[in-house]
Design a protein around this ligand. Structure first.
Ligand code: BGC
Length: 891
């Protein structure tokens, strides 16, 4: 052991997968980190938690010091004395490297403990149904819009404080969407808070440090309260377009103040608040927003504002019950990128703009105009051949924002409680006049997960495909993993999510988001054990309050998502949390299908959704998925130290039933489609694989080496083709530009992943407007193969969390070079290869504590490492350069 400093670094500190952590839902939160710097690994760690950031940074912790613990694992659960609520803490971790040298203590991470259930004293407040006597009744035109959308509420309260607090923390949430203000200042940068949960069961609250905003004397608190997922329009059911959880948004806030003399005070939402309508005439996900700047109420959230004509709010428990209040489990939604709009020219009375990128978000509009000038912004993903906005595929979503100018100088406007899925914008001046050229900027939103990976290659099409996959993820990871951001849908569809989850985790840190979504899925589980098709669930069905039970591949999603999260992170939290719900889902299926073939309780059996070419047998797809999740349950049981016997027996029985029901004596599978063989091979369902491999090859040959797969099959195409048929053929599929292929959509202008292979074709133009999104991430599930095989950065089930990395890259001269970096839970992994004629070079970088098992493709000959022949032993931490001869595969 030595006291000489180590070059080891603890990086990316996370508590409950977040930094900052804004509230806890667990008494034993989990702290994790990754390794950086130059060292072989970690031998010990010491966790430090305290109130004083600088003290923690220098190794002094007043709340908890775990002491040195000999362990190489990159995480520990809190096991000190119970953490108090309403605390603002800092934590860090000291590490020792493999030789026992201490590493420097990294900058502390921020941790708010939040409020526990028993701490809540605030009352839900809402606009009154009936205005108090003596107050003005609402204007006749309040609901006078074609959607009958509700005007947005403004809420305020003034209060007097004896002193300025030394610490003040606000805990806020809404049934609806809100922005919070203190003394005229908007607090926080999150948008669309509090996000979407099943509000009848739970709502998440936000935590804001408002210490610097409150002062001795007069203060004012304010909130703007909109409809959002709670009462606004969501989804595609026109008979029940809105009011899914309730008809009246409500707000809740509690502020804990601490004074220098040790006293405390709690401010809370109560009947002392008042409310009014302001400039936001309505703001709705599907309709858009209308904003009349002439109605702005300057200073409404500052002290001293004259609110004599505001109404007193009503307090009370929301129907049917008050939701459980939880700290937010994922990062907030934020504005993450601004894109300048290029004006394309006029189309009729509309000026058309192009952002160059399909986004989910809205526009910032900058204008100088006559007072009362009325401007309409329409949003679309594509243009028609005449250069007009194509909006038919939005279905009932209107996606228009209307701005009425105040006049008298430059005005800057962005809507608040809406977002659109769009690349093109049409601006119309409906009345009045602009006095200067308008300027438009697109603003993209997403749940603000840190980016983890990036790949750059020598192939422009592949780079665009990676960009499209990334953007479709960004555009759809907004509070929940939605199917699409533009039309009247925007649900958290389970199959879309599960096929994409592995890809998603290469792009962004998805564990916190998965934790939240899994909670939504469990909230949506039926008493019989059925996971839902979508989560959160309530809006789907107007006729019953139970959600639509999940189809095969859909309801199976939670198990697959949690398993993938475990393999990516090595953390078992989600598996522990969801074990019982998983068993209930397995029971639900098994009880109805005694013969081991999944024919019953298949609900809306969607099958291999949106394939092209021959349709796969939905019973085969369903049964294949059943075996797959039975296998996963066996593995999960093993990880959790539970008995695996039930799952092993079940999986063996289901395999036999699968073969009996769907394979003939020659090994032909029912339906005889690409997806049938892909699932059977990738899920390991066959005793003799060779007939299926041969038949898959024939089917691909007959299709001119084009894929014919839908949402469920597509994920397996490149992996199975590469492993069973030919790596070069798999790259062919990836780089193909003829229909159907990923390249086809890119050739026709895709900047995000299309929902359908034939979303637009030169022969037919647009697919049916009844279902044609240009921003669905499911077909982007090929991303995992680009990462794991082309870049060669793959997890290893035996040592999850990328503690051991399987590196089996595919080199291909058509791609030329590829450089990938991935911030894995173990640390940063890099892989960069380049082909120069008959030689190649591959550089890999492995984080401390990790190893990489290397397998070179057949195209690489005579590999050397540092001049010596490459051995089969795994590579350790650090950078390694492998040189080889290159010979392209010919098949
Ligand atoms: C959604 C999907 C979803 C599917 C299920 C569609 O409307 O957009 O992505 O998985 O329905 O049928």
């Amino acid at each position: 052991m030595s006291d000489a400093p180590s070059a080891l670094r603890a990086i990316r500190l996370r508590c409950e997968h977040l930094n900052p952590t804004l509230g806890l839902n667990s008494a034993r939160p989990r702290f994790t980190w990754s390794l950086g710097g130059q060292a072989l690994g970690q031998s010990a760690c010491r966790l430090l938690i305290g109130e004083d950031r600088d003290a923690v940074a220098s190794g002094r912790a007043d709340l908890w010091d775990s002491g040195r613990r000999e362990m190489s694992g990159l995480g520990a659960s809190y096991d000190g004395p119970p953490l108090p609520s309403d605390r603002h803490l800092w934590w860090s971790v000291q590490l020792w490297d493999e030789a026992g040298r201490p590493a420097p203590i990294p900058d502390p991470a921020e941790l708010f403990t939040g409020l526990f259930a028993e701490d809540w004293q605030a009352e839900w407040i809402a606009r009154p149904f009936v205005p108090a006597a003596g107050r003005p009744v609402p204007q006749d035109d309040a609901y006078d819009n074609r959607f009958q959308a509700r005007p947005v509420d403004y809420l305020r309260r003034e209060l007097h404080l004896p002193n300025a607090p030394v610490r003040a923390t606000a805990y806020t949430t809404a049934l609806g969407l809100y922005e919070f203000y203190v003394n005229g200042t908007r607090i926080g940068s999150d948008v669309l808070a509090p996000g979407w949960t099943d509000y009848h069961t739970r709502a998440e609250y936000q935590v804001h440090d408002v210490t610097g905003h409150l002062r001795a004397g007069g203060n004012a608190l304010g909130a703007i309260l909109g409809e959002g997922w709670y009462s606004g329009r969501v989804g595609h059911n026109q008979r029940r377009a809105g009011n899914h959880y309730g008809g009246r948004p409500a707000f809740l806030c509690q502020i804990h103040l601490h004074y220098a003399d040790g006293t405390r005070q709690v401010l809370r939402s109560d009947d002392g608040w008042t409310c009014a309508r302001g400039p936001i005439l309505y703001s709705d996900f599907l309709a858009g927003e209308a904003f009349d700047a002439r109605k702005e109420m300057s200073g409404w959230s500052a002290p001293g504002y004259d609110d004599a004509d505001w109404q007193p709010v009503e307090t009370g428990d929301p129907e049917p019950r008050a939701p459980e209040l939880n700290a937010a489990r994922a990062q907030p939604i934020r504005e993450v990128e601004r894109l300048g709009a290029r004006e394309l020219g006029p189309c009729g009375s509309e000026r058309i703009y192009d952002l160059g990128q399909n986004i989910a978000g809205y526009c910032e509009l900058k204008i100088t105009a006559e007072p009362g000038t009325r401007i309409r912004l329409r949003h679309a993903e594509r243009l028609t051949e005449d250069g007009a906005l194509y909006t038919e595929n939005l279905r009932y979503a209107v996606s228009e924002d209307v701005y009425i100018a105040r006049g008298g100088g430059e005005e800057v406007y962005t809507p608040r409680f809406t977002f659109h899925g769009f690349q093109y914008v049409g601006l119309t001046v409906e009345s009045g006049a602009l006095l200067a050229e308008p300027a438009l900027t697109g603003i993209a939103l997403q749940t603000d997960m840190p980016r983890t990976g990036e790949i750059d290659t020598g192939n422009a099409l592949l780079n665009k495909l990676l960009s499209n996959i990334f953007w479709s993820q960004r555009d759809n990871f907004i509070a929940v993993p939605t199917d699409c951001p533009q039309r009247d849908e925007r649900y958290g569809w389970t199959a879309d999510a599960q096929v994409f989850w592995r890809t998603a985790g290469f792009n962004m840190e998805t564990t916190a988001f998965a934790t939240k979504y899994l909670e939504d899925l469990i909230d949506g589980q039926s008493p019989e054990g059925a996971f839902p098709d979508v989560a959160p669930t309530k809006p789907l069905n107007p006729y019953r309050l139970t959600p639509q039970p999940g189809a095969p591949g859909w309801g199976d999603g939670p198990i697959i998502i949690a398993w993938h999260d475990y393999l990516r992170t090595g953390r078992t939290d989600l598996l522990h949390r969801a074990w019982e719900p998983f068993v209930a889902w397995m029971d639900y299926i098994e009880a109805a299908n005694p013969d081991g073939v999944r024919l019953n309780r298949v609900n809306n059996n969607y099958g291999d959704w949106l394939n092209v070419g021959p349709r796969s047998d939905p019973a085969l797809v369903a049964s294949a998925y059943w075996v797959h999740i039975a296998d996963l349950m066996g593995k999960i049981a093993g990880v959790l130290g539970r008995d695996r016997t039930r799952w092993h027996l079940l999986a063996a029985r289901l395999r036999a039933s699968f073969r009996g029901a769907f394979a003939d004596s020659e090994g032909r599978l029912s339906g005889d489609t690409q997806t049938a063989y892909l699932l059977a091979l990738d899920f390991g369902l066959l005793e003799d694989r060779s007939p299926a491999v041969a038949r898959l090859g024939q089917l691909l040959e007959e299709a001119g080496w084009h894929l014919q797969t839908g949402f469920l099959g597509v994920r397996h195409v490149c992996p199975v083709v590469a492993d069973e048929l030919s790596e070069r053929r798999a790259v062919d599929l990836l780089l193909k530009e003829s229909f159907p292929s990923w390249g086809f959509s890119i050739r026709h202008g895709a900047t995000t992943t299309w929902e359908r292979w034939d979303g637009w074709t030169p022969e037919r133009g647009f697919q049916s407007a009844s279902m044609n999104s240009f921003n669905h991430y499911s077909f982007g599930s090929v991303g995992e193969w680009i990462w794991s095989r082309l870049a060669g950065i793959d997890w290893d089930e035996a040592a999850p969390g990328f503690a051991s990395i399987r590196m089996r890259p595919i080199f291909d001269e058509r791609i030329g070079h590829l450089a990938a970096r991935y911030d894995a839970p173990s640390g940063r992994i890099e892989s960069a290869w380049q082909i120069d004629g008959a030689t190649g070079r591959w550089t890999v970088s492995i984080p401390p504590g990790a190893t990489a098992a290397i397998t070179l493709p057949r195209t690489a000959t005579d590999p050397t490492l540092a001049g010596a022949p490459l051995q089969s032993a795994p590579l350790g931490p650090g950078a390694h350069v492998i040189e080889f001869g290159y010979k392209a595969d010919q098949d």
